[in-house]
Ligand binder design. Structure first.
Ligand code: 8DG
Ligand code: MN
Ligand code: MN
Length: 389
């Protein structure tokens, strides 16, 4: 049968990078459910299943209206049997038993809490879960071996759980700008990740840094972090140096998500007065009086102190790779994944945050802007605010 009058579903493209996905959409009652199943599949090391649920959720995010019946889904791509069963149950009964029992399950809740610690991945969390550990406190109580990153993650757990607001991100931007310009005038700084896509909150703040004169950016990160440390603005940092060599691992590694830029995973110390009243310096006195009594010196009590910890990712890119780095660090994660899949499967190209390699022509395709990369890939340009796949 031919679809009738259902043009949105008919026209729904199957790769997320072919579609516009706004931040706010009409089907969160379905996408949240599917993403719980996706998350749970990830906790169980089932990536294929996880991606299938994420793709299904993403298609629903691109719909111009709320799904009311299974009829509305007839011509949509990426909806597997399992996703359809879940959707059907929610449409009929208001909720899905599988989703609710997953949400309530001890494994899901513990994995969520443990992977929520900075520096803890699924594998580590899963080992701890099987050893009977249930919370960040249990790690301390039982004297688990923690690396430096995880120690910081536990120490600042409460702060890092709280979403970072756009206002806070703007203050962090000013701090980063000041630091970068102090050590390298003329450098360019760009806000990346969720905030570049228009999100109002995030789990961290991401920045990309470059300099128009190629080569000037080399070794920049230690200078930035040293400056920040001297100002007392860094609670934690781990810098990894640039390890990208085009000849050695350009096309071969290009499909991997991990890039090889000089980068820094850090935790900033953000004064609360600055965040709640960006342009005013008079707020600090007021802030002290609203803070509660400190309960002790050993631990950081978020509510009682005049500052909070914020996760910040810094990446330095050579100017010639800046467009690729920009595209790669804007996200969303699914959008990035779909871009690389599109490049490989449909165009015989491999896309990374460094370069775009054309296997048929055997050459790298240069680009100065994101628009040029979309054009190389034969895709309509999708602005950052519509990459919330
Ligand atoms: P959020 O922080 O608001 O929760 O969301 P986000 O900003 O979209 O997520 P993110 O975890 O901060 O990641 C931002 C983008 O950076 C995302 O598109 C994925 C990308 N990204 C990493 N790690 C790496 C990496 O190692 N290489 C590349 N190329 N990109 C990465 O997070
Ligand atoms: Mn982010
Ligand atoms: Mn990040």
């Amino acid at each position: 049968p031919k679809p009738n009058g259902d043009s949105t579903a008919m026209l729904m493209k199957s790769y997320a990078c072919q579609r516009r996905t706004p931040l706010k959409h009409h089907n969160s009652f379905l996408t949240e459910a599917l993403e719980i199943l996706a998350q749970n599949a990830e906790y169980n090391d089932n990536e294929g299943r996880s991606v299938a649920f994420r793709r299904a959720a993403s298609v629903l995010k691109a719909l111009p209206r709320r799904v009311r019946s299974m009829q509305d889904l007839r011509w949509l791509p990426c909806l597997g049997d399992h996703s359809q069963r879940v959707i059907k149950e929610i449409l009929e009964d208001g909720s899905s038993r599988e989703v609710e029992s997953t949400r309530q399950s001890e494994q899901y809740q513990v994995m969520k809490a443990l992977t929520g610690i900075f520096g803890v991945g699924v594998r580590t969390a899963d080992r701890w879960f099987r050893e009977g550990l249930r919370s960040p406190d249990d790690l301390i109580r039982t004297g688990q071996q923690l690396n430096r990153e995880q120690q910081a993650g536990v120490q600042y757990y409460d702060d890092l759980q709280k979403p970072v607001t756009k206002a806070e991100a703007d203050v962090i931007s000013d701090m980063v700008e000041k630091a970068v310009h102090a050590v390298l005038p003329g450098a360019e700084i760009q806000l990346m990740g969720g905030f570049r896509r228009g999100k109002e909150v995030g789990h961290d703040v991401d920045f990309l840094i470059t300099h128009p004169e190629e080569g000037k950016e080399e070794g920049l990160m230690p200078k930035i972090t040293n400056w920040l440390k001297e100002q007392g603005l860094l609670l934690y940092q781990k810098t990894t140096r640039n390890s990208y060599l085009e000849k050695m691992d350009g096309p071969a590694r290009a499909s991997s998500n991990m890039d090889r830029f000089e980068r820094c995973f850090s935790i900033f110390k953000l004064q609360k007065s600055a965040a709640s009243c960006k342009s005013s310096s008079a707020a600090s006195a007021e802030d002290v009086s609203t803070g509660r009594e400190s309960e002790g010196p050993a631990e950081h009590h978020p509510e009682a102190s005049g500052w909070r910890a914020v996760r910040v990712d810094l990446v330095v890119s050579p100017y010639s790779q800046f467009a690729f780095a920009t595209l790669g660090w804007t996200g969303s994660k699914l959008f990035e994944r779909e871009l690389r899949r599109w490049a490989g499967q449909e165009k015989h190209m491999s896309l990374s945050s460094h370069a775009l390699y054309d296997s048929k022509q055997n050459l790298y395709l240069r680009a100065k802007t994101e628009e040029e990369i979309f054009a190389h890939l034969g895709l309509e340009f999708i602005p950052p605010s519509e990459r919330n796949a």
